[in-house]
Write a protein that binds this ligand. Structure first.
Ligand code: FES
Length: 330
Protein backbone atom coordinates (compact mmCIF):
# COMPACT_ATOMS: atom_id res chain seq x y z
CA UNK A 1 0.00 0.00 0.00
CA UNK A 2 1.54 3.31 -1.05
CA UNK A 3 1.29 6.50 0.99
CA UNK A 4 -0.93 8.03 -1.69
CA UNK A 5 -3.32 5.09 -1.62
CA UNK A 6 -3.52 5.39 2.15
CA UNK A 7 -4.51 9.06 1.91
CA UNK A 8 -8.21 8.25 1.69
CA UNK A 9 -9.73 11.20 3.55
CA UNK A 10 -10.84 14.28 1.63
CA UNK A 11 -10.54 17.51 3.61
CA UNK A 12 -11.19 21.14 2.81
CA UNK A 13 -8.88 23.95 3.85
CA UNK A 14 -11.30 25.85 6.08
CA UNK A 15 -8.75 28.46 7.12
CA UNK A 16 -5.21 29.39 6.21
CA UNK A 17 -3.44 31.58 8.74
CA UNK A 18 -0.13 33.34 9.26
CA UNK A 19 1.46 31.78 12.35
CA UNK A 20 4.95 33.33 12.14
CA UNK A 21 7.35 34.61 9.53
CA UNK A 22 7.42 31.83 6.92
CA UNK A 23 4.88 29.66 8.75
CA UNK A 24 1.34 29.05 7.52
CA UNK A 25 -1.34 27.28 9.53
CA UNK A 26 -4.01 25.17 7.83
CA UNK A 27 -7.30 24.21 9.44
CA UNK A 28 -8.67 21.10 7.72
CA UNK A 29 -12.26 19.86 7.91
CA UNK A 30 -13.93 16.81 6.34
CA UNK A 31 -15.59 17.71 3.02
CA UNK A 32 -18.63 15.51 3.49
CA UNK A 33 -19.41 16.64 7.00
CA UNK A 34 -18.25 13.28 8.28
CA UNK A 35 -16.36 12.98 11.52
CA UNK A 36 -12.58 12.92 11.14
CA UNK A 37 -10.76 10.12 13.00
CA UNK A 38 -9.77 11.01 16.54
CA UNK A 39 -6.08 11.45 17.28
CA UNK A 40 -3.74 11.65 20.23
CA UNK A 41 -1.02 14.29 20.80
CA UNK A 42 2.09 13.67 18.70
CA UNK A 43 0.11 12.23 15.76
CA UNK A 44 0.80 13.20 12.17
CA UNK A 45 -1.02 12.85 8.87
CA UNK A 46 0.17 12.31 5.31
CA UNK A 47 -0.92 15.13 3.02
CA UNK A 48 -1.05 14.65 -0.74
CA UNK A 49 0.10 17.93 -2.24
CA UNK A 50 -0.56 19.44 -5.65
CA UNK A 51 1.61 17.47 -8.06
CA UNK A 52 1.30 14.26 -6.06
CA UNK A 53 4.01 14.82 -3.46
CA UNK A 54 3.20 13.26 -0.08
CA UNK A 55 4.44 14.91 3.08
CA UNK A 56 3.93 14.29 6.78
CA UNK A 57 2.72 17.05 9.08
CA UNK A 58 2.06 16.88 12.81
CA UNK A 59 -1.37 17.78 14.09
CA UNK A 60 -1.08 20.75 16.40
CA UNK A 61 -4.60 21.26 17.72
CA UNK A 62 -5.99 19.91 20.95
CA UNK A 63 -7.16 16.33 20.43
CA UNK A 64 -9.38 15.61 23.41
CA UNK A 65 -11.75 18.49 22.91
CA UNK A 66 -12.07 17.81 19.19
CA UNK A 67 -12.81 14.14 19.73
CA UNK A 68 -15.74 15.07 21.94
CA UNK A 69 -17.40 17.42 19.48
CA UNK A 70 -18.02 16.05 15.99
CA UNK A 71 -19.35 19.39 14.81
CA UNK A 72 -16.12 21.16 15.57
CA UNK A 73 -13.83 18.29 14.57
CA UNK A 74 -10.90 19.48 12.54
CA UNK A 75 -7.17 19.04 12.10
CA UNK A 76 -4.59 21.80 12.19
CA UNK A 77 -1.13 21.66 10.70
CA UNK A 78 1.64 24.27 10.64
CA UNK A 79 3.98 24.42 7.66
CA UNK A 80 7.31 26.18 7.44
CA UNK A 81 8.12 27.65 4.05
CA UNK A 82 11.46 26.07 3.30
CA UNK A 83 13.04 27.06 -0.01
CA UNK A 84 15.52 24.18 0.36
CA UNK A 85 12.75 21.60 0.66
CA UNK A 86 11.91 19.18 -2.11
CA UNK A 87 8.78 21.17 -2.91
CA UNK A 88 6.33 20.11 -0.20
CA UNK A 89 6.24 23.27 1.87
CA UNK A 90 6.33 25.55 -1.17
CA UNK A 91 3.34 23.77 -2.70
CA UNK A 92 1.32 24.26 0.47
CA UNK A 93 2.32 27.90 0.90
CA UNK A 94 1.91 28.98 -2.71
CA UNK A 95 -0.63 26.67 -4.32
CA UNK A 96 -3.07 25.70 -1.57
CA UNK A 97 -5.70 28.24 -0.56
CA UNK A 98 -8.81 28.36 1.61
CA UNK A 99 -11.61 26.28 0.17
CA UNK A 100 -9.38 23.84 -1.66
CA UNK A 101 -9.70 20.11 -1.14
CA UNK A 102 -6.74 17.93 -0.18
CA UNK A 103 -6.42 14.22 0.45
CA UNK A 104 -4.92 13.10 3.72
CA UNK A 105 -4.33 9.85 5.59
CA UNK A 106 -5.80 8.94 8.93
CA UNK A 107 -3.56 10.12 11.80
CA UNK A 108 -0.69 7.91 12.88
CA UNK A 109 1.35 8.38 16.00
CA UNK A 110 5.02 7.51 16.42
CA UNK A 111 5.53 10.24 19.02
CA UNK A 112 3.00 9.41 21.73
CA UNK A 113 2.60 11.34 24.94
CA UNK A 114 2.84 9.47 28.24
CA UNK A 115 -0.08 10.97 30.10
CA UNK A 116 0.96 9.28 33.34
CA UNK A 117 4.20 11.31 33.59
CA UNK A 118 4.82 13.31 36.73
CA UNK A 119 6.48 16.04 34.66
CA UNK A 120 6.74 16.51 30.89
CA UNK A 121 9.41 18.71 29.40
CA UNK A 122 8.67 19.76 25.82
CA UNK A 123 11.53 21.25 23.78
CA UNK A 124 10.75 22.73 20.37
CA UNK A 125 13.13 23.90 17.68
CA UNK A 126 11.29 26.23 15.26
CA UNK A 127 8.41 24.55 13.45
CA UNK A 128 9.05 21.49 15.63
CA UNK A 129 6.64 23.11 18.05
CA UNK A 130 3.63 21.66 16.19
CA UNK A 131 3.30 18.22 17.86
CA UNK A 132 4.37 19.75 21.17
CA UNK A 133 1.63 22.36 20.90
CA UNK A 134 -0.91 19.54 20.76
CA UNK A 135 0.81 17.87 23.71
CA UNK A 136 0.85 21.10 25.74
CA UNK A 137 -2.89 21.61 25.20
CA UNK A 138 -3.59 18.06 26.26
CA UNK A 139 -1.37 18.30 29.34
CA UNK A 140 -3.02 21.59 30.30
CA UNK A 141 -6.45 19.96 29.95
CA UNK A 142 -5.23 17.17 32.23
CA UNK A 143 -3.88 19.80 34.67
CA UNK A 144 -0.56 17.97 34.42
CA UNK A 145 2.82 19.41 35.32
CA UNK A 146 4.76 20.44 32.19
CA UNK A 147 6.92 23.11 30.60
CA UNK A 148 7.24 24.01 26.92
CA UNK A 149 10.42 25.68 25.65
CA UNK A 150 10.27 27.17 22.16
CA UNK A 151 13.52 28.07 20.39
CA UNK A 152 13.64 30.16 17.23
CA UNK A 153 16.01 32.46 15.44
CA UNK A 154 13.93 35.60 16.06
CA UNK A 155 10.67 36.60 17.78
CA UNK A 156 9.02 36.95 14.37
CA UNK A 157 9.97 33.40 13.45
CA UNK A 158 8.51 31.77 16.58
CA UNK A 159 5.54 29.68 15.35
CA UNK A 160 2.29 29.98 17.29
CA UNK A 161 3.77 32.50 19.68
CA UNK A 162 0.60 34.60 19.89
CA UNK A 163 -1.55 31.54 20.54
CA UNK A 164 0.79 30.30 23.25
CA UNK A 165 1.01 33.70 24.93
CA UNK A 166 -2.79 33.92 24.98
CA UNK A 167 -3.25 30.38 26.28
CA UNK A 168 -4.33 29.42 29.78
CA UNK A 169 -0.94 27.74 30.21
CA UNK A 170 1.16 30.72 29.08
CA UNK A 171 3.02 30.63 32.41
CA UNK A 172 4.38 27.21 31.41
CA UNK A 173 5.76 28.43 28.06
CA UNK A 174 9.26 29.87 27.63
CA UNK A 175 10.60 31.47 24.45
CA UNK A 176 14.26 31.55 23.48
CA UNK A 177 15.51 33.52 20.48
CA UNK A 178 18.96 33.40 18.92
CA UNK A 179 18.96 37.18 18.45
CA UNK A 180 17.65 37.99 21.94
CA UNK A 181 19.56 38.95 25.09
CA UNK A 182 21.89 36.30 26.47
CA UNK A 183 19.76 35.84 29.58
CA UNK A 184 16.82 34.38 27.61
CA UNK A 185 18.87 31.88 25.59
CA UNK A 186 18.26 28.29 26.54
CA UNK A 187 20.84 26.63 28.76
CA UNK A 188 20.19 23.11 27.54
CA UNK A 189 21.76 21.23 30.45
CA UNK A 190 20.01 23.41 33.05
CA UNK A 191 16.69 23.18 31.24
CA UNK A 192 16.80 19.41 30.79
CA UNK A 193 18.13 18.83 34.31
CA UNK A 194 18.59 15.52 36.01
CA UNK A 195 16.40 12.58 35.02
CA UNK A 196 13.84 11.41 37.52
CA UNK A 197 11.29 8.67 37.66
CA UNK A 198 8.14 9.76 35.84
CA UNK A 199 9.87 12.67 34.11
CA UNK A 200 9.69 12.59 30.31
CA UNK A 201 11.46 14.69 27.71
CA UNK A 202 9.94 15.35 24.28
CA UNK A 203 11.92 17.08 21.57
CA UNK A 204 11.03 18.05 18.05
CA UNK A 205 12.98 20.19 15.62
CA UNK A 206 15.72 20.16 13.00
CA UNK A 207 18.63 17.75 13.08
CA UNK A 208 21.12 20.01 14.89
CA UNK A 209 18.63 20.83 17.64
CA UNK A 210 17.72 17.19 18.05
CA UNK A 211 21.36 16.12 18.21
CA UNK A 212 22.14 18.73 20.86
CA UNK A 213 19.22 17.74 23.06
CA UNK A 214 19.89 14.02 22.74
CA UNK A 215 23.61 14.45 23.47
CA UNK A 216 22.86 16.58 26.53
CA UNK A 217 20.25 14.13 27.81
CA UNK A 218 22.75 11.31 27.35
CA UNK A 219 25.43 13.26 29.24
CA UNK A 220 22.93 13.75 32.05
CA UNK A 221 22.23 9.98 32.04
CA UNK A 222 18.61 10.18 30.93
CA UNK A 223 17.27 6.70 30.11
CA UNK A 224 16.38 6.33 26.41
CA UNK A 225 12.87 5.28 27.39
CA UNK A 226 12.21 8.74 28.87
CA UNK A 227 13.51 10.72 25.88
CA UNK A 228 11.13 10.97 22.92
CA UNK A 229 11.94 12.76 19.72
CA UNK A 230 10.49 13.66 16.36
CA UNK A 231 12.58 14.92 13.51
CA UNK A 232 11.65 17.84 11.24
CA UNK A 233 13.45 18.64 7.98
CA UNK A 234 17.18 18.72 7.35
CA UNK A 235 19.46 15.88 6.39
CA UNK A 236 19.37 12.36 7.72
CA UNK A 237 22.58 10.87 9.06
CA UNK A 238 23.92 8.43 6.50
CA UNK A 239 25.95 5.42 7.48
CA UNK A 240 28.88 4.82 5.21
CA UNK A 241 27.94 1.19 4.53
CA UNK A 242 26.28 2.01 1.23
CA UNK A 243 27.35 -0.79 -1.14
CA UNK A 244 25.20 -3.59 -2.51
CA UNK A 245 24.10 -6.53 -0.40
CA UNK A 246 21.44 -9.24 -0.27
CA UNK A 247 18.26 -9.62 1.73
CA UNK A 248 16.73 -13.01 2.41
CA UNK A 249 13.03 -13.39 3.16
CA UNK A 250 12.56 -15.86 5.98
CA UNK A 251 9.10 -17.05 4.87
CA UNK A 252 10.14 -18.13 1.38
CA UNK A 253 13.92 -18.27 1.53
CA UNK A 254 13.94 -15.95 -1.48
CA UNK A 255 17.06 -13.80 -1.87
CA UNK A 256 16.95 -10.33 -3.43
CA UNK A 257 20.00 -8.28 -4.33
CA UNK A 258 19.92 -4.63 -3.18
CA UNK A 259 22.11 -2.58 -5.51
CA UNK A 260 23.88 0.52 -4.27
CA UNK A 261 21.40 2.79 -6.06
CA UNK A 262 18.24 1.32 -4.52
CA UNK A 263 16.79 1.17 -1.02
CA UNK A 264 15.75 -2.20 0.38
CA UNK A 265 12.11 -1.13 -0.05
CA UNK A 266 12.66 -0.26 -3.72
CA UNK A 267 14.69 -3.39 -4.45
CA UNK A 268 11.96 -5.57 -2.94
CA UNK A 269 9.20 -3.61 -4.73
CA UNK A 270 10.97 -4.30 -8.04
CA UNK A 271 10.52 -7.99 -7.24
CA UNK A 272 6.84 -7.55 -6.39
CA UNK A 273 7.34 -7.54 -2.62
CA UNK A 274 5.69 -4.51 -1.04
CA UNK A 275 6.59 -3.05 2.34
CA UNK A 276 4.27 -0.23 3.50
CA UNK A 277 6.03 3.15 3.46
CA UNK A 278 5.06 6.65 4.40
CA UNK A 279 7.90 9.11 4.87
CA UNK A 280 10.57 7.10 2.99
CA UNK A 281 13.10 9.01 5.07
CA UNK A 282 13.57 6.88 8.16
CA UNK A 283 11.46 9.16 10.30
CA UNK A 284 7.96 7.74 10.71
CA UNK A 285 8.55 4.04 11.47
CA UNK A 286 5.91 2.78 9.00
CA UNK A 287 8.31 0.37 7.27
CA UNK A 288 9.77 -1.09 10.49
CA UNK A 289 10.87 -4.67 9.77
CA UNK A 290 12.33 -7.38 12.01
CA UNK A 291 15.86 -8.51 11.27
CA UNK A 292 16.67 -12.14 12.05
CA UNK A 293 20.32 -12.27 10.99
CA UNK A 294 23.04 -10.04 9.58
CA UNK A 295 24.31 -6.63 10.64
CA UNK A 296 22.30 -3.48 9.93
CA UNK A 297 23.69 -0.08 8.89
CA UNK A 298 21.09 2.19 10.46
CA UNK A 299 20.34 5.44 8.62
CA UNK A 300 17.11 6.35 10.36
CA UNK A 301 16.00 8.82 13.01
CA UNK A 302 13.17 6.67 14.32
CA UNK A 303 14.88 4.05 16.48
CA UNK A 304 16.63 4.99 19.69
CA UNK A 305 20.38 4.30 19.95
CA UNK A 306 19.57 1.29 22.15
CA UNK A 307 17.09 -0.06 19.63
CA UNK A 308 19.59 0.38 16.81
CA UNK A 309 22.28 -1.37 18.82
CA UNK A 310 19.97 -4.36 19.41
CA UNK A 311 20.21 -5.03 15.64
CA UNK A 312 16.88 -6.87 15.53
CA UNK A 313 14.84 -4.37 13.50
CA UNK A 314 15.47 -1.70 10.88
CA UNK A 315 13.84 0.82 8.56
CA UNK A 316 14.31 -0.57 5.04
CA UNK A 317 13.28 2.69 3.36
CA UNK A 318 16.68 4.12 4.27
CA UNK A 319 18.82 1.70 6.27
CA UNK A 320 21.15 -0.82 4.69
CA UNK A 321 23.49 -3.68 5.63
CA UNK A 322 27.01 -3.89 6.96
CA UNK A 323 27.05 -7.63 6.35
CA UNK A 324 26.76 -9.32 2.96
CA UNK A 325 23.22 -10.47 3.74
CA UNK A 326 20.32 -9.56 6.02
CA UNK A 327 17.67 -12.14 6.84
CA UNK A 328 14.32 -10.39 7.25
CA UNK A 329 11.16 -11.55 8.98
CA UNK A 330 9.13 -11.21 5.78
FE1 FES B 1 8.97 6.11 7.29
FE2 FES B 1 10.46 4.00 6.52
S1 FES B 1 8.69 4.77 5.64
S2 FES B 1 10.63 5.16 8.34
Amino acid sequence: MSATAAAAIAVRVARKTHEAEGVAGFRLVAVDGARLPAFAPGAHIDVVLPGGLVRQYSLCNEPAHEAQDAQDMHYEIGVLRDARSRGGSLALHDAVHEGEVLRISAPRNHFPLDESATHSLLLAGGIGVTPLLSMAQRLAALQADFALHCCSRTVARAPYRRRLEASAFAHRVFFHHDDGPAAQRMDLAATIGQPARGKHLYVCGPQGFLDAVRATARDLHWPDAQVHFEYFGGVLPVDDAQGSFEVELRSSGRVVRVPQALSVVDALAAEGIDIPVSCAQGVCGTCLTRVLAGEVAHNDLYLTPAEQAANDQFLPCCSRARSARLVLDL
